[in-house]
Design a protein around this ligand. Structure first.
Ligand code: URA
Length: 243
């Protein structure tokens, strides 16, 4: 069964509950029945017991405690494992969306893609204005990365990163990064831009090399420690109203 924590359901007409679940998600019909038998599905606050039960437009269907409302925009945080790509479709790799088990994935967008080998916080939404607000360079939202390095970071490298680095094929220097040294070869790096391979390119430009990269936060939205790799949850109101 999928390990994700919630599923939105798009209700269009009266339909059997198990059919609705399998139509709206990546559950097979038997997985849907299994979820219902397992008491994971509620209709109007009451645990559904019968897979054949009819649900209507007005029914409030929940899966694993997540309220379902087709009219409301969706805001999701995902803990991306390595090997998963931030794309809607990919013929060779698992995508972020393959991991979500959500309906209408074509309406969802990733707010700030990560490389295939980068782990950590990925935000996903179908709210275009919110997407723009969180990704627009004008807003300069800080992104915090935990970076493992090939060789020990030097004072000189830190100084250059904190002044801003001239990256190849960029007209302007990158904005200054904030560096916190955790160990010789492990730093926390905060940047407010989101250029392609930015962290890796900045470290390469000062003569170091990124061994692994993990995004911890975007603006004041922190990756939830309770989310294991590959799991997701909805954002809470305070996160949706980020600053
Ligand atoms: N910077 C990178 O180099 N890669 C990422 O995935 C994110 C930021």
């Amino acid at each position: 069964m999928p390990s994700s924590e919630g599923i939105f359901i798009w209700i269009t007409k009266n339909v059997r509950l198990d059919k609705l679940l399998s139509n709206s998600t990546s559950f097979t019909r038997s997985q849907a029945k299994f979820a219902i038998r397992g008491g994971k599905v509620k209709i109007d606050g009451i645990v559904a017991k019968n897979a054949a039960q009819q649900v209507t437009e007005e029914s409030n269907v929940e899966y694993m405690g997540v309220a379902v409302n087709k009219a409301q925009p969706r805001y999701i945080m995902f803990n991306k494992p390595t090997g998963v790509v931030c794309a809607n479709k990919d013929k060779d790799h698992t995508t972020v969306f393959d991991s979500l088990f959500l309906p209408r994935i074509d309406t969802l967008h990733i707010a700030g893609r990560l490389d295939i080998d980068t782990t950590g916080l990925v935000l996903i939404t179908d709210d275009g204005q919110w997407l723009h607000r969180i990704t627009s360079p004008k807003h300069d939202h800080k992104k915090v990365y935990l970076v493992a390095l090939d060789s020990p970071i030097t004072e000189k490298q830190i100084r250059i990163l904190e002044e801003g680095v001239q990256l190849k094929k960029e007209k302007k220097r990158s904005l200054p990064a904030e560096i916190e040294v955790i160990e010789d070869q492990k730093i926390k790096m905060t940047i407010s831009e989101g250029k392609y391979h930015q962290v890796k390119r900045m470290l390469a430009a000062v003569g170091n090399h990124v061994v692994s990269l993990h995004r911890e936060s975007i603006a004041n939205i922190q990756l939830d420690e309770k989310l294991e790799e590959g799991q997701w949850r909805e954002l809470i109101e305070a996160e949706i109203q980020f600053d």
